[in-house]
Design a protein around this ligand. Structure first.
Ligand code: GLA
Length: 385
């Protein structure tokens, strides 16, 4: 939100005694459809959202990077010339600096203050937003060209190789390449970005179950390994290249679980492309039906949903004006995304929240999200110039 732009600027001036040189913003994302397809070279359809990481920065004379976060007591503090692994949130910043340097870029030290209103662990990509904010600030400080897709890959590399999470590229691409007022169809193999308009008179709701995922990294990595194993058995580069016929033909040499996992990926890729087509035609009902089918597949074939996610999806889909709902992000907890008729958005949010709370006893939240542009350099508030 715009007030974080002001508050990080104020916090910067308070801490360092001068206004920042730059303020950067990098958004979180919600994924409309296309789950667990990105690391299979497939298709996804996220939108970058207003909730974002904001970072006010200024240059330093040495090679230190010092970043203070309003969410953490300890700053990220490291030297570009002597990078060592540690733990805590600063590893995301360090990983980005490491990945940029590994590509041969010469970086300069900087100091800054960051704040975020992307909820953590909710499946809305708070880490990717942090990575892209740091990438944007380091690039600006070093005078590097900003190529959003290249930077998304760099941030993914930071997370894969420095932080040690084997995520795909969707979250970083969404934060880097978001387009205002649009979802973006991403081809996770070519990194082609196709802005895709939301159907007229529809609103995207985020329904937060109030539950947070546990053990998600190990389950995530296990799913990914299964996909890679099935692709090898089918002799395709990735499950993006698999077909239902090919899968059926290999059923004898696969376990039933492997078949179900791969079936999710194959059918989900098809659903994303069908949803993009339906969106171009403004067919909200069709998009919603595809979202509902996506949820069923994630619940039954991929097995990454949770009782709370299922309950919230059901509560939302029971409301008039809800076209479709599904879990969003890695799963096991976090948020549901729903496509609803704009004039029913509030009613759906209220009724679904009430029904979900009564059924589960959890403390949910619900809000509309707006699709915004990808990571950007923002004007330093005039007040401080
Ligand atoms: C997490 C990962 C993404 C993607 C989703 C599932 O958000 O970071 O790369 O795999 O899970 O679709």
């Amino acid at each position: 939100m715009a007030d974080l732009r002001v508050s990080v600027t104020e916090a910067f001036r308070h801490r360092f005694g001068a206004p920042p040189a730059h303020v950067v913003r990098a958004p979180g994302r919600v994924n409309l459809i296309g789950e667990h397809t990105d690391y299979n070279d497939g298709f996804v359809m996220p939108l970058a959202i207003e909730q974002a990481v904001w970072l006010a920065v200024g240059p330093r004379d040495d090679d230190r990077v010092v970043l203070h976060s309003t969410r953490a007591p300890e700053p990220a503090d490291f030297r570009l010339g002597a990078m060592e692994r540690g733990d805590g949130w600063g590893e995301y910043a360090k990983g980005v600096a490491w990945a940029l340097q590994a590509q041969g870029h010469e970086l300069r030290g900087l100091e800054g203050v960051l704040a975020s209103d992307v909820p953590e662990g909710a499946g809305l990509s708070s880490s990717a937003a942090l990575e892209l904010a740091v990438a944007r600030a380091l690039s600006e400080g070093a005078g590097l060209d900003w190529d959003p897709a290249v930077m998304a890959r760099t941030a993914q590399r930071a997370e894969n190789e420095w932080v040690g999470v084997r995520c795909g590229v969707m979250d970083q691409m969404a934060s880097a390449c978001g387009v205002a007022g649009h979802a973006v169809l991403l081809d996770c193999r070519s990194l082609a970005v196709t802005p895709t308009p939301l159907p007229a008179w529809t609103t995207v709701l985020v329904l937060d179950t109030g539950t947070r995922r546990g053990l998600v990294d190990s389950a995530y990595n296990a799913r990914r390994e299964t996909c890679e194993r099935v692709a090898r058995v089918l002799s395709v580069p990735a499950l993006r290249d698999a077909t239902l016929d090919g899968l059926q033909a290999a059923e004898d040499v696969l376990t039933p679980t492997q078949v179900r996992r791969a079936r999710h990926v194959v059918t989900e890729n098809a659903r994303v492309l069908a949803a993009a087509e339906a969106m171009r035609q403004g067919d909200a009902a069709r998009v919603g039906a595809l979202m509902a089918a996506s949820h069923a597949s994630l619940r039954d074939d991929y097995e990454v949903s949770s009782p709370a996610l299922n309950a919230f999806v059901e509560a939302a889909q029971a409301q008039p004006g809800c076209y479709g709902a599904r879990m969003t992000g890695a799963g096991f907890g976090g948020c549901v995304v729903a496509l609803v008729a704009s004039d029913r958005a509030e009613a759906v949010a209220e009724a679904a929240t009430l029904a979900y709370r009564q059924r589960t006893g959890h403390a949910p939240t619900a809000y509309r999200v707006r699709a915004v542009g990808g990571a950007s350099l923002e004007p330093v508030p005039a007040l401080f110039l």
